[in-house]
Design a protein around this ligand. Structure first.
Ligand code: GAR
Length: 286
């Protein structure tokens, strides 16, 4: 008999660029019931991503978006006419390239958006509830983010504080707001941190700046190498990503907005303390 209390499983599109061990953890947990979600498609910017093979071997539909097609080499002239009408606004609100100005910035965003047009048309065919970035090593422009999240996370417009406005989720291999960017484990290690962490967060228009859903930490021992801490951190990533999605699926996230207009999410799961203890045990025994 169908359990009436169980909410529907989330429909996820997962975006990967590389080996896809986080994707594999999601697939495994989705299949054995630990993750209350179904992966409806896997999309990559890299045709050689091993994550695509993982998806195929589980009969999950895949797609590849060739970002190189929109680079200067293959596309010397930008077809400005096909970019969305609010392009100037997107240039104005972006926070990804604070060092860029003028034509250089416009061209960079335009090329990104051309690839994202394709990305959107592929993703929308699957009509997902959430997009999960799992080692997707591309920045996303405000054009892409607004397609899925409307005015949420917009620096200029009034912020949309409904939980349902947040649809794009990322996993980052550091304890944000420390060490955003592409080398979370390396940056944590090279800084000489005594603890490292991993973060699952909603995506806003900055790089790794969106509201935090969940975090977990691990110790860094004097004998450790970067590879040791990556291994320890990844074991946490696999558990944390699924747990955060389960919190969303079961309505255990509550949105808050501070006086300074910062959006945060509170976890209301009564089992939260036990989960954190389990994460600490896992990281100290690894
Ligand atoms: C993971 O450590 C993930 O946190 C990180 O890439 C790795 C992907 O591994 N993501 C980022 O650094 C995003 N800025 P995987 O392909 O084996 O899941």
């Amino acid at each position: 008999m169908l359990d009436k209390k169980s909410p529907p499983r989330l429909k996820l599109v997962v975006l990967v660029s590389g080996s896809g061990t986080n994707l594999q953890a999601m697939i495994d947990r989705s299949r054995d019931g630990r993750l209350h979600a179904e992966i409806v498609a896997v999309v990559s910017d890299n045709p050689d991503a091993y994550g695509l093979d993982r998806a195929r071997s589980h009969n999950i539909p895949t797609a590849v978006i060739d970002y190189k097609k929109y680079g200067k080499k293959q596309l010397p002239e930008i077809p400005w006419e096909i970019l969305p009408g609010n392009f100037d606004r997107i240039v104005e609100v972006q926070r990804l390239f604070p060092g860029l100005r003028g034509e250089e910035l416009r061209e960079k965003l335009a090329r990104m958006m051309l690839a994202e047009r394709e990305l959107i048309s592929v993703i929308d065919k699957f009509n997902p509830d959430y997009l999960c970035l799992a080692g997707f090593m591309r920045l996303l422009s405000p054009y892409f983010i607004r397609h899925y999240q409307g005015g949420a996370a917009c620096a200029v417009q009034p912020k949309n504080i409904a939980l349902s406005a947040w649809k794009i989720i990322n996993i980052h291999p550091a304890l944000l707001p420390a060490f955003p960017g592409v080398n979370g484990y390396g940056d944590t290690f090279n800084y000489g941190c005594r603890f490292g962490g991993v973060t699952v967060h909603f995506v806003d228009e900055g790089e790794d700046t969106g509201p935090i859903i969940g975090q977990a930490i691990y110790p860094i021992w004097p004998r450790d190498t970067i590879e040791d801490i990556r291994k320890r951190g990844l074991a946490l990533e696999y558990e944390l990503y699924s747990q955060c999605l389960n919190w969303i699926a079961h309505g255990y996230l509550q949105v808050n907005i501070s006086e300074k207009q910062r959006i945060t999410f509170k976890i209301t799961d009564p089992g939260y303390e036990n989960f954190l203890k389990k994460m600490l045990e896992l990281s100290f025994n690894n």
